[in-house]
Design a protein around this ligand. Structure first.
Ligand SMILES: *Cc1c(COP(=O)(O)O)cnc(C)c1O
Length: 371
């Protein structure tokens, strides 16, 4: 793609950090792991952070460490990347979907209580596209019902609610570091929590179930370790994170200045009351008079012109392997289905230039008027 959808931002600092680890023998479970966990916990504002091999691995361990298992229900959003539901399916738990708010595209707190049953074990919140979910309302509901909240913050690094960072609001938060994310380690994930016992359990589960001494296998575990090579990359990225977050916010505002007010587009809010978006992606929606076929034609035309864009995301309840678990729910989450049919994620990465934003927006507006 001439203008890609996303692109990692790697400088000499990251390259030197990685090479530095390669000159040692501590390639895994070494000093960079502890350093990264300490620095990341400090950034998010939690007591603990546990590094794992991916965001999905982090979600899986958070679910497992909460004791969620076969037949348990977890209230969650149907508009997300597939991993947030898969983490429940790995443990044979059942995702109970609740429709989204049309503005934020996040789980609608007004619908959560109606979905809670005696089998509900947790609420799994996703902060979609970096926009924080309605955490004060969701935490109040969770409190009333004695339920833990797991935050899938994989798309929301740096987002805040009431001055606190996402990932520090629920019992556990999970972040992902695939190359399209706000910050990358090539692959990787981090679980954040204020609960030291939960963190210890996750550290055991990521390393074959070993106990803290690293000798005995105390439980069934996994190999979800993150190498020190990746941790060094993460540390270098974390040092640049404030600068990267500021850059991404500036890019979102540049898009907003060009696209807000267009009668056929719904654009994400850039200013939120008492919260801040951690800009992972810039996703617009076509107006109600457009359908999925129009959206797909526009996406294909943009791609043909060398502009990277994506349909983010198809509703989870429509994926065949999830349908097998939750049954045929097509039509039950109309806000989600209507939004998912009209989304277009536009190119969004730190080195995106103003002239490229001009071109992306002009092309989109031109294609809209041709529909
Ligand atoms: C990226 C992402 C994940 C985790 O992805 P990995 O590729 O496993 O790191 C989980 N949930 C959401 C919402 C994501 O966007």
């Amino acid at each position: 793609m001439r203008i890609p959808l996303s692109s990692p931002d790697i400088t000499d600092a990251e390259i030197d950090a990685v090479v530095g680890v390669l000159r040692t023998t501590a390639l895994s479970l070494g000093p960079r792991l502890t350093e990264l966990e300490t620095a990341f916990a400090a950034f998010v504002g939690t007591r603990e952070a546990v590094a794992v091999s991916s965001g999905t691995a982090g979600l899986h361990l958070a679910v497992r460490a909460c004791g969620i298992g076969e037949g348990d229900e977890v209230v969650t959003t149907p508009l997300s990347f597939v991993a947030s539901a898969n983490a429940l399916l790995y443990e044979r738990a059942r995702p109970v979907f609740v429709d989204i708010e049309p503005g934020s595209l996040n789980i609608d707190p007004a619908r959560i209580e109606g979905a809670i049953t005696p089998r509900t074990r947790a609420i799994l919140v996703v902060h979609l596209f970096g926009r924080p979910a309605a955490m004060p309302e969701i935490l109040a509901i969770a409190d009333r019902h004695g339920l833990p909240v797991i935050e899938d913050a994989c798309e929301a690094l740096g987002a805040t609610v009431g001055g606190k960072r996402v990932g520090a609001l629920g019992l556990a938060g999970v972040f992902g570091f695939y190359p399209n994310k706000t910050m990358t380690m090539g692959e990787g994930g981090l679980i954040t929590t204020d609960d030291p016992a939960l963190a210890e359990l996750c550290r055991s589960l990521r390393n074959h179930g070993r106990d803290a001494g690293g000798v005995a296998h105390a439980r069934l575990g996994f190999n979800y370790r993150l190498s020190d090579i990746a941790c060094a990359l993460g540390l270098a990225q974390l040092r640049r994170l404030p600068e990267m977050l500021a850059r991404r916010e500036a890019l979102a505002r540049a898009y907003h200045a060009r696209l807000s007010g267009h009668p056929d587009l719904v654009v994400p809010a850039v200013d939120l009351p008492d919260a801040r978006t951690g800009w992972f992606a810039y996703v617009v929606r076509l107006g109600a008079r457009y359908g999925a076929a129009d959206r797909d034609r526009i996406v294909d035309a943009m791609l043909r012109r060398g502009i990277g864009c994506q349909r983010y995301f198809s509703p989870l309840h429509l994926h065949p392997h999830i349908r097998e678990v939750v049954g045929d729910r097509e039509g039950e989450f109309p806000v989600t289905e209507a939004a998912a049919a009209r989304t277009i994620a536009l190119p969004f990465f730190n080195r995106l230039r103003e002239a490229e934003i001009d071109e992306v927006c002009a092309t989109l507006v031109e294609l809209l008027s041709a529909q």
